[in-house]
Design a binder for this molecule. Structure first.
Ligand code: ZN
Length: 303
């Protein structure tokens, strides 16, 4: 299977060394250290054709410290790679420091950025987001302090000292297949989506659920279809802002559909021929960077 966008990151996260602040500082100060700028969930954009800035040149490295201590992402061989969080700056200053032309949504460049760069950019964005949103302890309200190069935050109150680890929100996305021939897959049209825009069933995992439990619940809630088998296919890093997508394939017990009318306006079974025809007529099989396209395309290819 080909690697999914934003997954398969190549950095050595050095989890055995990043807890040593002296080691992290030495890596940060070393010649050739890479700094990836992030500004409030956006990447910095420059070039022709425009693309995300994936490394600041050395001349800009010192200026970055104006915004705060960079977060350690990992080692690329002997070279340290950090996320430079420019969020405390206003947009104009962030663009200036990065030597960029503007800020932009990195997902807009998913089709033109290399898989390796997309994975690191997404990782940087996710780590910056979590640190920005974990500035205070959820237990006592005191300010938190960064540890482990930004992979842990510790409550600054000695009487609390709660450890805050990055929060990741898992979600499932499922291709439901009909039980009997002709094999068809279940797609739904979500409230707010364009007419004739159909997608796979997806939803967040709730407390106390396994991933398979979530698949069964979401499919039943949104379409009224009960599934009898649930098989894991693949997962995808989805730090927009803090997700993890787990892809499944399930088999339906019956084909009767009852859309919930709220989240899902309509759900339908599609044959492979119908899906292929939709793709050929320019209606994409999911987003280019998303696991839903992988699930749909691999099902389509399986004939
Ligand atoms: Zn606390």
């Amino acid at each position: 299977m080909t690697s999914l966008t934003y997954s398969g990151g190549f950095l050595d996260r050095a989890s055995d060394r990043r807890s040593d602040p002296g080691w992290v500082a030495t890596v940060l100060d070393a010649a050739g250290t890479r700094l990836i700028p992030v500004w409030r969930d956006h990447c910095l954009v420059s070039g022709d054709p425009p693309g995300p800035v994936v490394t600041l040149d050395d001349g800009r490295s010192q200026a970055v410290h104006e915004a705060g201590t960079p977060l350690f992402l990992g080692m690329d061989g002997d070279v340290g790679v950090f996320a430079a969080d420019l969020s405390p700056l206003d947009e104009e200053r962030a663009v200036e420091i990065a030597g960029a032309e503007r800020v932009g949504d990195m997902r807009a460049f998913a089709g033109t950025t290399s898989a390796a760069d997309a994975a690191v950019l997404a990782y940087a964005r996710g780590l910056v987001y979590w640190n920005r949103h974990q500035q205070f302890c959820g237990t006592c309200g005191a300010a938190t302090l960064s540890r482990d190069g930004g992979h842990l935050r510790v409550c600054g109150s000695e009487s609390c000292s709660w450890l805050h680890f990055p929060r990741i929100a898992p979600a499932v996305i499922t291709l439901v297949e009909s039980a009997g021939p002709p094999q068809r897959c279940l797609l739904a049209r979500h409230n707010g989506s364009a007419p004739d825009s159909f997608a796979l069933i997806a939803g967040f995992v709730e407390i106390g659920e396994s991933l398979e439990d979530t698949v069964r619940r979401e499919v039943a809630e949104e379409t009224g279809v009960n599934v009898v088998t649930v098989e894991y296919v693949a997962s995808q890093a989805w730090p927009f802002p803090s997700g993890l997508m787990a892809g499944f394939r399930a088999t339906a017990a019956s084909e009767s559909i009852t859309a919930d009318g709220k989240e899902i306006l309509e759900a339908r079974w599609f044959t492979r021929a119908e899906l292929a025809e939709r793709a050929a007529s320019g209606r994409p099989l999911g987003r280019v960077d998303s696991i839903d396209r992988h699930l749909l395309q691999s099902w389509l290819n399986q004939q």
